[in-house]
Write a protein that binds this ligand. Structure first.
Ligand SMILES: Cc1ncc(COP(=O)(O)O)c(C=O)c1O
Length: 378
């Protein structure tokens, strides 16, 4: 089976986990998490005012970001075409995810559509960097400024990507990353909020430790608070030293190993499919975009047939994603989002991960071409 994705970890990650087990004597949140946060901050440019706060998932990062910026009942504009985590993070905070359309050539938030959905309760906008493409972030920030909204970038797919030469997370309001097993770097499970807003930094740091006020510094030093106050709802969302150790190794492998391979594979697909009929590539260049997934549009009703054909060839594919407004919990399709629903019928994700072999990507390209060039598949 050619897998759509997988974790690429090895001896160095194992060694790092062993080191923490042997040396630290403490597997919760401590020195190792602090070191991972500092290294992430340095990687993102090291600006003094920006802080990286690690959590135990990308969903937790989004949840605490939303909680820090909204009150129950506030609305957050978000594209329907995203992973369920974006929506769940918003509703977990008691806010309301307002499902918006996307631009079909990038699957990023359609700002004209989003503008029509603004109400007095709208507090934030959550652009999702779909398939690692941040889209037109300048336009997003202009939109937010015009309407007095905060921006929570769902950058789960976009670790290591750049926008106009600047790393995602190195500028802007809030960016949330995921380090789950399949992302551009993994800590096993994990995530991070990056921001320069002191109020948000404090709120997220406290909320990850059950709301215990100002416990982060003590934890870094291997201690904890015994006398403390709690003023807000918190969660057990901190990252463990064990996972941070894995994340540190992965961060060290990213620029030299993972990034070039992901970019190379995406370029290979793009070159191979440039003129393939019935198949449309999204806008956005690999390089600035370090693709977490490689998704295409399969036109003329051929997506499901192609998917089945690839399955027979033992090539795994995916559909990123079922639109959230179609899920019972978020309206069950009462409202229609035509662009999103059309895309949902066409999206197909092909295998891409740094461990994918050349012969596997070649076999995938050949199989896609074979199916689409066969007139009997019309
Ligand atoms: C767009 C998007 N947002 C959020 C998340 C949540 O990240 P995590 O799996 O680390 O909770 C993911 C994970 O796949 C994602 O794809």
């Amino acid at each position: 089976m050619i897998h759509i994705s997988r974790s690429v970890v090895g001896a160095a990650e194992l060694e790092a986990m062993g080191r923490v087990m042997r040396q630290d004597g403490y597997l919760g949140m401590g020195q190792e998490v602090r070191a991972f946060e500092a290294e992430l901050k340095a990687y993102l440019g090291g600006q003094e005012d920006r802080t990286v706060i690690c959590l135990n998932s990308g969903t937790a990062a989004l949840h605490l970001a939303v909680q820090a910026l909204t009150s129950p009942g506030d609305e957050v504009l978000v594209q329907s075409l995203t992973f369920i985590a974006s929506f769940q993070a918003i509703s977990a905070a008691g806010a309301v995810p307002v499902a918006c359309e996307v631009y079909p050539d990038t699957v990023t938030l359609d700002l004209e559509d989003a503008a029509r959905r603004i109400t007095l309760r709208t507090k934030a906008v959550m652009p999702v960097h779909y398939a690692s493409n941040p889209g037109d972030l300048e336009a997003i920030y202009g939109f937010a400024e015009r309407h007095g909204l905060r921006v929570i970038e769902d950058a789960a797919h976009a670790f290591g990507c750049t926008y106009k030469g600047r790393k995602i997370g190195s500028f802007g309001d809030l960016a949330c990353f995921s380090f789950d097993g399949l992302k551009n770097i993994t800590s096993g499970e994990g995530g991070a909020v990056v921001t320069a807003d002191p109020g948000v930094i404090q709120a997220v740091q406290d909320a990850r430790l059950l709301g215990v006020q100002r416990d982060t510094e003590k934890r870094y030093q291997g201690a904890r608070s015994w006398e403390f106050d709690v003023q807000h709802q918190g969660y057990r969302y901190h990252l463990s030293n064990l996972f941070a150790a894995v994340g540190r190794v992965q961060l060290g492998r990213f620029e030299g190993e993972f990034k070039p391979r992901r970019v190379e594979l995406a370029q290979k697909y793009r070159t191979a499919f440039a003129d393939t009929s019935d198949l449309l590539l999204f806008h956005g260049d690999p390089g600035p975009i370090v693709p977490h997934i490689f998704t295409v549009r399969v036109l003329n009703g051929k997506r499901d047939g192609l998917r089945q054909f690839l399955r027979q060839r033992e090539i795994e594919t995916g559909i990123h994603y079922k639109p959230n407004h179609l899920l019972s919990f978020y309206g069950g399709g009462k409202e229609s989002l035509p662009v999103t629903e059309k895309l949902y019928e066409e999206l197909l994700t092909l295998p891409l991960h740094p461990g994918l072999k050349d012969e596997e990507v070649d076999a995938t390209i050949a199989a896609v071409r074979e199916f689409l060039s066969d007139a009997s598949n019309c």
